[in-house]
Write a protein that binds this ligand. Structure first.
Ligand code: P6P
Length: 338
């Protein structure tokens, strides 16, 4: 009954990470402990996001709830949960959050060797209309034992040990790579466990979907405009691509990962570096795409080769199916030749 094995072989994310850890006998299990704390944060946020609508219904929203406490905005609440979970793991030393202007340096007694960059609730402007949102994170190793400095976190994305996201949508899905492929886990609320449902995710080599905010078309540069034009009016007689754009990066990237295609947030005249943040949006999603056999390109270089100078730096990003990204790379290369 091998086919049914997965039904009874409950591969939870914790067991998966422990299996990974067993491949590194020298490991002290720090990464496993760190990841378990990130997973705990995601379970909390999933529960809070699912209740958010109800909170509005039963009047818990707005300024105060029935206990008279200040009702926090979900993204602020999520950020506090992740900061507390990561500090209490005792395995982190620097934390960079989309919600905090400054990096958090963990006090020496609780310090570990990992740096976590994260967006606790990306796309949170979509909460009130029920659109999927998510937590995005990346993990770097910092030199152990030396006094952590901000420069330690300004590393290229290719140095990340792991990256992932948790999408709070019709189901709660945790997608993770620790550098040897991509795996997807679905939260079983009755168990409170993430179960392996999408083992070894590979993105299709070429897709039929492009994903971009067409409302910015008037500000695009030549190569992006040419590429989108080709998606809509193919010159080789192939069928036009479909446009799918949710406006929540985790939802758009998750669909791209599973169905194939390309997600674009280009630079434009208004935002010369695009809108998405390098450390906790561009790098984690680019890491996952490459691990799944896709590509991620900034318009100038491989996204993971970028070396950020500031923790909230932005970059244009084109990511998804290998062949689709290859096409836009060729258009930017041709522009360079002019
Ligand atoms: P626009 C959400 O605000 C976000 O940061 C990403 O999740 C999403 O991909 C992007 O911005 C959407 O931006 O300009 O298309 O609304």
């Amino acid at each position: 009954h091998a086919a049914d094995a997965h039904r009874t072989d409950l591969m939870t994310i914790t067991r998966y990470v422990l299996n990974e850890q067993s491949k590194h006998p020298e490991s002290r299990g720090d990464f496993t402990i760190l990841l378990n704390h990130i997973v705990l944060g995601c379970k909390f946020v999933c529960s809070a996001v699912n209740k958010a609508g109800l909170a509005k219904l039963i009047g818990l929203a707005g300024e105060t709830n029935v206990q008279g406490e200040e009702q926090k905005k979900l993204d602020v609440l999520s950020n506090e949960v992740f900061i507390k979970a990561l500090v209490s793991s005792g395995r982190t030393c620097i934390l960079v959050s989309e919600e905090d202007e400054e990096a958090t340096f963990v006090e020496p007694s609780r310090r570990g060797k990992y740096c976590v960059v994260f967006d606790p609730l990306d796309g949170s402007s979509n909460i009130d209309c029920g659109v999927s949102i998510g937590t995005i994170f990346g993990i770097y190793m910092i030199k152990d034992g030396v006094e952590p400095k901000l420069e330690d976190v300004l590393q290229p994305g290719k140095n990340m040990l792991a990256a992932g996201y948790c999408m709070y949508g019709s189901s709660c899905m945790f997608v993770l790579s620790t550098g040897s492929g991509v795996n997807g886990f679905t939260l079983d609320p009755s168990l409170g466990e993430f179960i392996l449902t999408h083992p070894d995710i590979k993105i299709p080599k070429k897709g039929k979907i492009y994903s971009v905010n067409e409302g910015n078309a008037k500000n695009w540069d030549g190569p992006t405009a040419k590429y989108v034009e080709k998606c809509k009016f193919p010159i080789d007689g192939s069928p036009a691509k479909s446009l799918r754009y949710v406006g929540s990066m985790v939802a758009d990237v998750h669909r791209t990962l599973l169905y194939g295609g390309i997600f674009l947030y280009p630079a434009d005249k208004k935002s010369p570096n695009g809108k998405l943040r390098v450390l906790y949006e561009v790098f984690p999603m680019s890491f996952l795409m490459e691990q799944a056999g896709g590509q991620a390109f900034t318009g100038k270089q491989r996204a993971l080769d970028l070396v950020p100078k500031k923790i909230h730096e932005r970059s244009p990003i084109f990511l998804g199916s290998h062949d689709d990204v290859e096409e836009i790379k060729a258009l930017y290369a041709a522009e360079e030749q002019k």
